[in-house]
Write a protein that binds this ligand. Sequence first.
Ligand SMILES: *Cc1c(COP(=O)(O)O)cnc(C)c1O
Length: 491
Amino acid sequence: MVNYTKLIFEQSVQGRMGYSLPEAVFPCYSIKQLSSSILRHSSLDLPEVSELDVLRHFTNISNKNHGVETGFYPLGSCTMKYNPKMNEEIASYPAFNQLHPLQSPLQVQGVLKVYDELSRILSEISGLAAYSLNPFAGSQGELTGLMIMKAYHESRGDFKRTKVLVPDSAHGTNPASVAVCGMQVIEIKSTDKGTVDLEDLKNHLSDEIAGMMLTNPNTIGIFEKDICEISKVVHETGGLMYYDGANLNALLGMARPGDMGFDIMHINLHKTFSTPHGGGGPGSGPVGVVEKLVSFLPNPRVKHQDGMYYVEHSKDALGQVSGFFGNFKVWLRAYVYILSLGKEHIKEVGPLATLNANYIKDSIKDDYYLPIEGFCMHECVFDGLIDQSTGVKTLDVAKRLLDFGFHAPTIYFPLLFHQSIMIEPTEVESKQTLDEFIQAMKLVAHEARTNPDVVKNAPHTTPISRIDEVYAAKKMILTYKDYLAECALQK
Ligand SMILES: *Cc1c(COP(=O)(O)O)cnc(C)c1O
């Protein structure tokens, strides 16, 4: 293994050079003339490689990656969809590339217009009064939304409300955001149909409840039919309703959280509204609110008056949650994506995403255990293989799928089931791709019965096979030199 890594990563050959500069025409520009105080000394331990070595190295590494542009990526609760190249092209225009965060608003009227119009479009899509595009991620949007919830209660002199209701099926960021915001999580049970248990909810309502966090369709892809009743009882006790809108695919153009009684929500532009994401790339988690909460939205805000756009800092606002408008291009991609679909076609996203998820769900339910029967929305959840007699687990199935060129679905989430497999195909996949995936899932189930070791030892075709994920997370080894040192230590 050491040699293998060395083979890929150790490219340095003493004396090899990437680029040699010609002698300067004007001697004063020659490196030889530079004062030694500004020259870096040669003691730095940098690889000595040619341009071609570097190019091949990075191209080969990138080819080992799996992305939505190399294959199917059915990651439930994460909406990995194709990002149309038109968005990328527009986001790469030199005029946008050369923006500076300290430019005067007068010089960036177009940027502010995109902010203003995208906020209005999101308001219309979600049925809320106004948006701030400032948060950099879904989770930061959640925190911002909860801070608004807290500020609202405190502005009314109501300091008792420190508890937030969160269903047991919720995405992990929900309870985490509540805790980071200094409030307490109250977990609400799900029924055996996978929806909020109304009785359990009612038993937890009190004048200490700041609000409830929910997503609908919920995290197992089921629509909460009682949503109006849920909003009503939470509002009656003085709480606010928070909608986790990270994945809006199923709703787009069909239903609006604002109409279901939600007061605050965030949207992940980098999931539903097309921006490449993963690996901590640039994100955007706009936060929307109903009319009575608009004054709490964070600074800075973009206003439009008398044909001019300007940036305003309001003293009622939460303050600032992010530096400048650093993720402008994520908004721009979302803006182009929404306008290119238009009002008519954005309505097709939800039904197609739902159809694709149901097609997969129905096609593999003889091999994988469906804990919740019936219609699902944009994603479906299985609880491992039906036949577990040979000991093949969800992790093994996920690893074996890699051998067939698919990214694994989300596994072991939601926590409601022990062997969760959560599949979200999105609207962009063709029937051919879905059929190939279904065939692979059925084949893995067949192998699990007839030749379980091939599944238990998968993957067999990837550059490295199974990794010790716990060890990898606890002991971060980020360079190959650290890796070699670690190998030497273990010997
Ligand atoms: C992805 C996701 C989040 C968090 O979004 P980030 O941008 O990754 O912080 C929150 N809730 C749900 C349901 C999600 O799927």
